[in-house]
Ligand binder design. Structure first.
Ligand code: MSP
Length: 639
């Protein structure tokens, strides 16, 4: 049976300021959800856009001395240009100034007006110009607007009202009988608690004497439509309501993504508008929390409004997308600082995933140059197989992603990555490689790791589509047509080809160096050691110096100074104990090419065999590893 299609939307953003981190988050989250649903073999439609009417826009345009139209064109373009940079796969970008949208707003208004749910009445109330809405006394904080901190003005006007109160009981019942209608739970509770109080009718017009930048009411020329009544309709006008095939296919499968600031219009006005207009109610509202930046709400006056383009330029698109999805618990607030993003990138991406990828491919290329041989493989050997943890990861990922728990979905993949890193440490492929009789085991271990990487490459697709395809290319995989693997094909164990070599792994995520503290630099003393006794060229030629790449590193137990390294010397792999633990952590050293004294007599340090020495410059306090100035073949003699 064909699965139900899914329609994903973001809020249409106001064009009174350029896009920031918060807009990027919602749009990336909706993009990830869309891509995930495509993996789940569903047809999807993904909509985003800009909200271009209302007082705020007129004021912003006036400030810049331009007309509202010129102004909205300019800012809307900033959003339209940003999304391709962030790899957003929206099918449409809607603008509320589009004539097609305006026509549908008029249609919906007429329909509700004809059915008697819009009435004309005079009203006196407290109006906040910033929010473009009336407030009730009880909603104010110390008599001021909770969002703007300004005192609302008393306004008396005749206006059109939407009879929301009539639908209050219906809405409560709808929310209670559709458990996934508002998620996560805390926001459902918030809406239900709001609905405990009697619902006021909504003022849906603004007299043209006060505002002209809006959609004229189809039944009264002297009024324009309240901006929210206009904006919410975008979700159906974009699909071509009421008759288009697109509308018939995708409505009412909508999953709206919004942040907590706009749950009331989405959780109350919108379902009631649909109900009153006789249109099916959307499927679900997914509400997330707010990003603060360096501990404070983003604001121009604090100067912490974060530009997604700048972050992407500094850290890359996939790392930025990963960070946002992994760091924010969907529904809760999160904090953005340079330190948190750098730590996530270095530890989760460069270290956990990046090193795993490079270790496995380096070893596979080395030990199975011509590829895996079928006769040697028993990838399902229960002692060696990674099939069962892969299945667990896929299932946990599937469940979390279907519930929009992107943080849990990514965490499930990283649990599997951690397990594979441990698997390498315990299976020690380099040790197996020394014994020809253990060849089948070596190939099986590496094959399992390659299969595990295949699973990871498929699962990271919604969050990091570019990295997913980069990994798949190196793994020799050819994903089916739209460029990704459907969820139910990922588990088929054994898709890595046998009998074919693999290409060299590229670095997936370069480590980000944290800028050193300037103060430290100033106080560093010059280092002038005394020169040693002279030697002859013959003396020097006795030293067999070679290039080698550190493929694994770990601390030596009970030692503060020593690291146990596994160094690839081309023809062989050496275990070398190096006294550099104060200057290098295992994560910072893996992948580096170093110089090795290859003919140094084997020695034991803290009970560990050391088969050589790596060269480092500097003093005991500050050791700096030395290496060739560009990558040389491993095992290359140094003269
Ligand atoms: N135009 C209305 C939406 C109409 S939808 C029919 C609007 N626009 S907005 O530009 O103010 O966008 C609000 C949305 O931007 C939030 O709901 C959220 O999706 C995103 N964010 C804005 N600031 C944010 C954070 N600080 N953190 C996370 N997301 C935030 O409201």
């Amino acid at each position: 049976m064909k699965k139900k299609p899914r329609f994903f939307t973001t809020p249409i953003y106001y064009v009174n300021a350029k896009p920031h981190l918060g807009h990027a988050y919602t749009t990336i989250a909706a993009d990830v959800a869309t891509r995930f649903m495509q993996m789940d073999s569903r047809d999807t439609y993904f909509l985003t856009g800009t909200d271009e009417h209302g007082d705020k826009i007129v004021q912003a345009a006036e400030k810049q001395d331009t007309s509202p139209k010129e102004y909205v064109d300019k800012i809307s373009k900033l959003f339209q240009d940003l999304w391709p940079v962030l790899n957003i796969s929206n099918d449409q970008f809607i603008r509320t100034t589009n004539p097609d949208h305006i026509r549908v707003v008029e249609q919906v208004l007429s329909k509700i007006h004809d059915s008697g749910d819009i009435y004309f009445s005079s009203y006196e109330g407290l109006y906040c110009f910033g929010c473009e809405r009336f407030y009730q006394e009880r909603e104010l904080v110390d008599g001021k607007c909770p969002d703007h901190g300004t005192e609302p003005e008393v306004i008396r006007e005749s206006n059109y009202f939407f009879r929301m109160s009539k639908y209050q009981d219906w809405l409560i019942d709808h929310i209670q009988t559709h458990p996934d209608f508002i998620r996560p739970e805390q926001y459902k509770k918030e809406i239900l608690s709001f609905l405990k109080e009697p619902l006021e009718d909504l003022c849906i017009s603004r007299p043209k004497t006060r505002l002209t930048w809006g959609i004229t009411l189809p039944f009264d020329e002297d009024y324009v439509t309240y901006v929210w009544f206009d904006a919410l309709v975008n979700y159906i006008s974009a699909l071509g309501y009421p008759d288009s095939d697109l509308f018939k296919k995708f409505w009412p499968t909508a999953r709206h993504f919004v942040a907590k600031d706009i749950i009331k219009p989405h959780g109350i006005y919108w379902p009631i508008m649909l109900k009153a207009a006789g249109i099916d109610i959307y499927d679900g509202l997914n509400v997330h929390g707010f990003w603060n930046v360096r501990g404070s709400k983003m604001s121009k006056s604090i100067g912490n409004v974060t530009d997604p383009l700048e972050v992407t330029r500094e850290f890359g698109v996939d790392p930025f997308r990963y960070f946002l999805m992994r760091e924010m618990v969907f529904g809760k607030d999160a904090n953005f600082t340079e330190d948190v993003i750098v730590t996530r990138i270095n530890s989760d991406l460069a270290n956990d995933l990046g090193n795993l990828f490079s270790r496995v491919l380096t070893m596979t290329n080395r030990y199975c140059k011509q590829g895996f041989s079928k006769e040697n493989l028993t990838p399902r050997d229960p002692d060696l197989s990674l099939e069962s943890p892969a299945r667990t990861a896929i299932e946990a990922f599937r469940q979390a992603m279907a519930n929009c728990e992107f943080h849990n979905g990514t965490a499930a993949v990283w649990t599997f990555i951690g397990l594979m890193n441990k698997y390498i440490d315990t299976r020690e492929p380099w040790a197996l490689a020394k014994d020809e009789t253990r060849r089948p085991m070596l190939e099986t271990v590496l094959y399992n790791l390659m299969e595990g990487l295949r699973v990871v490459s498929c699962l990271i697709y919604p969050v990091m589509p570019e990295t997913s395809s980069k990994m798949q290319e190196t793994l020799g995989l050819e994903p089916p047509d739209p460029g990704f693997y459907p969820l139910d094909q990922i588990m088929d164990w054994g898709q890595i080809k046998t009998g074919l070599g693999f290409s060299k792994p590229s670095i997936l995520f370069p480590r980000i160096e944290i800028k050193p503290d300037k103060k430290e630099k100033k106080t560093a003393k010059p280092f002038k050691p005394a020169l040693k006794d002279e030697i002859t060229i013959e003396d020097f030629s006795k030293i067999d110096l070679r290039t080698g790449t550190v493929i694994q590193a770990e601390p030596v137990e009970k030692s503060e100074k020593l690291l146990k390294l596994l160094v690839d010397l081309g023809a062989e792999t050496r275990q070398i104990i190096a006294g550099i633990a104060k200057n290098y952590t295992p994560e910072t050293i893996v992948g580096k090419q170093v110089l090795v004294v290859a003919n140094l007599k084997e020695a034991k340090l803290m009970g560990q065999v050391s088969q050589g020495m790596v060269l480092a410059a500097g003093s005991k306090k500050e050791l700096i590893l030395t290496g060739p100035d560009k990558k040389a073949p491993d095992g290359c003699p140094v003269k």
